[in-house]
Design a protein around this ligand. Structure first.
Ligand SMILES: [Zn+2]
Length: 529
């Protein structure tokens, strides 16, 4: 809303203030936020725009509460320096504008020890919620700070929240300083009973689960009609499941607040909650909040102090390099191709035959366009990733790679970005048996990989050690972990820059590295119908 219409609304509101209905509650929901500032060169998302939205809703007379579906302390370039305290600072700012409640995501527990979590919770002014997990950090004040069966008053109503996060069996982090209960439905129901005993007017869920788990939990509304909605995180693109008399609405936003939800809850004369949920794209049409920008500049300044070369141009993108999570975790990415290509040349004794990297290693969740900055490399590699080279037969390699295409549903961190081969899969087949064709270059064109021939293979050490479900044979010659991927990619870009070459090539529809069969009569690597 621009200033003139805001002024108009303010005038209308003051003119009819005496007859106005009591204001309702508006929940603003976001999830999976790793940046203090906006993304896409400042054109999308960011907390600054969230603050603007919250203030506008408040000016309309709404009682605004901010909900967060988890994943915020890690991983990011900044969290390598400050362990998420920069995000806590931003959350505290938002909490001062409108009370904020957050559930932990799996990434809040990226660190092996509890020290960084203790510091983050102690610095937090917003509330940490959790009903199916507990902190066992050894710091009593921190362990007690996690709120269970949490209630709050808003717009004269009592609201109760259940909060759930992923169990290690589903992708949560197993840590000595945590205790989990993986029976989400039972915990949700127990919590709802406890909340109803407290006399709540409205029930909501804030979760960090897979979307199908949220949709299942939404069915609790049939038994507990006050359950209005469940908002969640973990997926980085928006999700929505409409509510009805037997199911609560389910919503997730896009990462880094590119898309958020505004959920109006108003009560009718009978005390029944009426929901109006709106999916809002926070783009250039939403202004930055000047007060928040002071905080954002402070952290930007600190980052540039630590990395003075952050804004240095290291190369030029030939086309927009697509490193959004929705791409690198589901399909062939031009940025993933470039990175996997460099991996094959990581060791001095000749170029390896094959290489792959899990999409989850590429963290920037953004396009890289025009100038490639050192910052783009830093944000792509949120963790240090060292490489190993080993030897596998074609049959072994095929079996290893099957892990990349297992499971159901979209966006898998283990989905591979590949080089030196092309692969065709059929997801209608069982996990572990989905590769229909795996081909390597022949003298002319391509040929199926030979089951008995040994190929040199480069992978990140994390995958070699069994990370992301890849089971790589350990009884073969293998290099020690070397060649950090971040610097390998940086060197390649600088070398291209020196040669006057640009980075990246379009994913070719005629010659794809990854091909997924969609129709039963379709053939591998035939152009899509
Ligand atoms: Zn997550």
């Amino acid at each position: 809303m621009n200033r003139i219409s805001l002024l108009f609304v303010a005038l209308v509101l003051s003119a009819c203030a005496t007859v106005r209905e009591p204001a309702g509650i508006t929940f603003v929901h976001l999830n999976d936020t790793y940046r203090v500032g906006a993304v896409e060169d400042g054109n999308a998302g960011g907390f600054s725009r969230v603050v603007t939205l919250v203030r506008e809703l408040q000016e309309e007379g709404r009682d605004v509460r901010i909900l967060h579906g988890g994943d915020f302390l890690y991983p990011s370039l900044e969290s390598q320096l400050w362990n998420g305290l920069q995000i806590v600072d931003a959350f505290n700012f938002m909490d001062a504008v409108a009370p904020m409640y957050a559930v932990s995501g799996n990434h809040e527990f990226d660190r092996r020890g509890p020290e960084q979590l203790i510091a983050a919770v102690r610095a937090s002014e917003f509330d940490w919620l959790g009903d199916n997990y507990a902190f066992r950090t050894g710091a009593a004040d921190v362990d007690e700070a996690l709120r269970r069966a949490f209630t709050f008053e808003a717009a004269g109503r009592k609201v109760g929240v259940f909060a759930l996060t992923l169990h290690p069996d589903d992708g949560g982090n197993e840590r000595d300083y945590l205790e989990y209960n993986g029976n989400y439905a039972a915990v949700a129901e127990d919590t709802i009973k406890a909340l109803e005993a407290k006399g709540v007017d409205l029930l909501i869920g804030v979760t960090h689960l897979h979307i199908w788990q949220d949709v299942e939990l939404a069915g609790l509304k049939a038994k507990y009609p006050k359950l209005a909605f469940i908002v969640g995180g973990h997926e980085h693109e928006p999700e929505y499941s409409a509510g009805d008399s037997g199911n609560a609405a389910v919503m997730k936003g896009a990462s880094n607040a590119r898309i958020v939800w505004a959920i109006d809850v108003d009560f009718d004369a009978a005390g029944v909650a009426r929901l109006n949920e709106r999916k809002l794209t926070l783009d250039r049409s939403v202004a930055f909040d000047p007060e928040y920008e002071v905080l954002a500049s402070k952290w930007r300044g600190r980052l540039l102090e630590k990395f003075p070369f952050l804004e240095a141009r290291v190369g030029t993108a030939a086309l927009p390099l697509d490193s959004r999570e929705v791409t690198v975790r589901n399909q062939e990415s031009n940025w993933g191709n470039f990175i996997a290509d460099q991996m094959r040349g990581a060791f001095r004794d000749g170029k390896a035959d094959l290489a792959f990297v899990n999409g989850g290693t590429l963290r920037i969740d953004d396009y890289i366009e025009g100038d490639i900055l050192f910052e783009d490399i830093g944000r792509t590699f949120g963790f240090s990733s060292y490489l190993r080279k080993t030897m596998l037969t074609g049959a072994e390699f095929r079996r290893v790679l099957e892990a990349g295409y297992r499971g159901e549903g979209p966006s898998k961190g283990y989905f591979p970005q590949v080089s030196g081969f092309r692969v065709c899969i059929d997801r209608s087949r069982n996990s572990g048996d989905r590769i229909v064709s795996l081909q390597v270059p022949a003298e002319e064109g391509w040929q199926e990989i030979s089951a008995d021939i040994e190929y040199s293979v480069v992978v990140p050490d994390y995958l070699y050690r069994g990370g992301d479900g890849y089971d790589i044979p350990k009884d073969r010659p293998v290099t020690p972990p070397g060649s950090e991927l971040k610097y390998l990619v940086l060197d390649a870009i600088l070398a291209a820059q020196a040669r006057g070459e640009m980075i990246g090539a379009a994913v070719s529809p005629d010659n794809p590295r990854f091909y997924e069969l969609r129709e039963s009569n379709e053939r591998c690597f035939s152009a899509a119908p």
